[in-house]
Design a protein around this ligand. Structure first.
Ligand SMILES: NC(=[NH2+])NCCC[C@H](N)C(=O)O
Length: 574
């Protein structure tokens, strides 16, 4: 085990258990006073109503820490301060250094995980909400796969339902070739709005649109073909956005609403046979317990409308059933904006009642906040026109190119383009992932692209600088070091930061709070800066020099791996 905090927690937990006669959380955390602190005695003293210092003393006496700690002290009301030995830091670093996974164990119980993310709507512009879902979902895919899970990507695009009646009629009006052109170049909103305007203004068009929906749902071949054109062109456009973003979504990952169409009646039948359906205003509804509207009445999930049509809720009941029963997922993630929280909680509750969602299977709404413009409003429009995602990404890359040219004029053209892409996209992704997921944030390219502060460029640059230490000195990093010596305070602090990586990764895999990983990488880079200021590397001698080079290399590798898990590239030179 190379997880230092985990090791200490284990030892302290054993000691606490001896004293308490039952498992106790030793509450081990990083501390300013020593390397780590264990605060478990405080909670335990409240439980046993005895003196926390006395408990701490008994715990320390019971703890087996000789091989790990150089000093164990009790302070304040009963904190146990732990200072680890330099030797243990060195040994753990030797293990981490030789390991491509940097000492982070793969999951002990890998599972099948479905991740529902991105999910834009066909023939409609992808908005920034879809950008967030795409970025967060992509990071989740990378992290959970790296942990050894089987991850199934599910791009649940909206390409079914009543709007497609009007969209198909509009397509026929303007001609298929023109429509295909508008859609594939990404003028999705223009197309949608034109259809909408006609639908709202023209009764005859409205009628045609309604009949078209019926024809689509009854499988009329011509209508189906026209629908496929619409959806196909939209997918081509989405593919360009995904490629631009460098996310893993492919054409095989579509799991759109239409796919579930044939399963909806059977969902209704199953819920009905379980006695879960009730009629409300002619609609077949499930009333999951625990949800009431403002008027105090139970809230319905409308499974089948009075006209026989199915809606969003029916489809999501089908997604959850299939993902559990057919795909055998034990963890289901839905990365969707917070406004849909209640929808998902109701779906999960209904799935529990139906007996589909039973432990160990769990479903999580990985909710996220919005991206705001500089005016603090939802980033939607700029001078009246909608903000296109690709335009934002292009602007980020263009600006990054200018910065790259200024910072390192010696870079060749191709290399500069690659750096601009990594930095520009990295900046956008990192700004998103380093924000607490449930919070909104302001889309501010200046801040995202800054080379100081908690930004992607700062971390990428920190790593590139380390690469340049090796490159300029003509040294290949030694990954088989037998001995690593750490002694100076800045060395120890960096070592402890490096050894915390695994802990952070496990935590983030459980919570999908990527800002914790971002915060970790930022603090690692800061620990490195202090180390590099205080501890000469190339000018040091013998074992000290070799050890410090390993610390440099490990920092670079941890930054690269950590950023990689967030879907961000780190150029060796920039
Ligand atoms: N299974 C799901 N409901 N996934 C999310 C779908 C998001 C939907 N297409 C939207 O844009 O709001």
């Amino acid at each position: 085990m190379t997880d230092l905090e985990g090791l200490l927690r284990q030892r302290m937990a054993a000691a606490f258990a001896t004293v308490a006669g039952e498992p106790v959380d030793p509450a081990v955390r990083r501390s300013q006073l020593a390397d780590f602190q264990s605060d478990g005695a405080l909670a335990l003293s409240r439980k046993l109503s005895s003196n926390p210092r006395a408990i701490a003393e008994r715990v320390v006496a019971a703890a087996q820490l000789d091989d790990v700690c150089e000093r164990v002290e009790i302070s304040g009301p009963g904190f146990i301060n732990l200072t680890v030995t330099d030797a243990v830091l060195g040994q753990l670093l030797v293990e981490v250094c030789a390991d491509d996974r940097l000492g982070v164990a793969a999951s002990a119980a890998p599972e099948t995980i479905t991740i529902d993310y991105s999910a834009p709507n066909a023939a409609k512009e992808m908005h920034v909400g879809h950008l967030r879902s795409t970025i967060i979902g992509d990071a989740a895919v990378r992290l959970l796969e790296w942990q050894g899970n089987t991850v199934i990507r599910q791009n649940h695009i909206g390409e079914w339902g009543t709007p497609f009646g009007m969209l198909i009629e509009h397509l026929l009006d303007i001609g298929e070739t023109e429509a295909a052109h508008e859609l594939s170049v990404g003028d999705l909103n223009g197309f949608y709005q034109a259809a909408r305007r006609k639908f709202d203004a023209d009764e005859a068009f409205k009628d045609r649109a309604r009949q078209r929906v019926v024809a689509l749902q009854s499988g009329d071949p011509t209508t189906r073909r026209l629908w496929e054109t619409l959806v196909g062109e939209s997918k081509k456009y989405f593919a360009t956005v995904y490629a631009r973003l460098g996310v893993r979504l492919t054409d095989d990952d579509y799991d759109g609403e239409s796919f579930y169409n044939d399963q909806l009646q059977s969902v209704v039948d199953e819920l009905d046979s379980l006695g879960l359906l009730r009629l409300s205003d002619g609609a077949k509804c499930v009333f999951p317990p625990g949800f009431t509207g403002r008027d105090g009445n139970p809230l319905p999930l409308i499974v089948q409308k009075s006209d026989g049509g199915f809606g969003y809720a029916a489809t999501d009941l089908a997604t959850i059933r299939r993902r559990i029963k057919v795909l055998h997922a034990t963890r289901l993630l839905y990365v969707v904006g917070l406004p849909q929280r209640q929808h998902f909680e109701m779906i999960y509750e209904a799935a529990r009642e139906a007996g589909w969602l039973v432990p160990p299977v769990r479903a999580e709404h990985v909710g996220h906040g919005s991206i705001l413009g500089s005016d603090g409003k939802m980033l939607r429009t700029r001078a009246g026109v909608s903000v296109k995602l690709v335009d934002l990404l292009d602007e980020a890359v263009t600006r990054a190119a200018a910065v790259a040219a200024e910072k390192n004029p010696a870079l060749g053209e191709d290399q500069r383009a690659a750096v601009a892409r990594a930095v520009g996209l990295g900046a956008v992704k990192y700004a998103d992932l380093s924000t607490d997921r449930i919070k909104d944030y302001v889309f501010d390219l200046d801040r995202m692209l800054a080379f100081d502060g908690n930004t992607a460029p700062y971390l990428q640059y920190a790593r590139a600088r380390i690469c340049s230490i090796f490159r300029r000195a003509g040294i290949t990093p030694d990954r088989e070091a037998k001995q690593i010596a750490v002694a100076a305070p800045a060395e120890r602090a960096l070592a402890i930061a490096l050894l915390a990586f695994g802990n952070v990764v496990h935590d983030v895999a459980a919570t999908l709070e990527f800002h914790r990983l971002a915060q970790y990488l930022y603090s690692l880079a800061s620990a490195f800066t202090t180390f590099y200021e205080q501890c000469p590397v190339l000018k040091a001698d013998g074992e000290t020099r070799a050890s410090r080079l390993v610390l440099c290399d490990l920092t670079a590798r941890t930054l690269q791996l950590g950023l990689g898990l967030l879907g961000i590239d780190s150029p060796d030179e920039m």
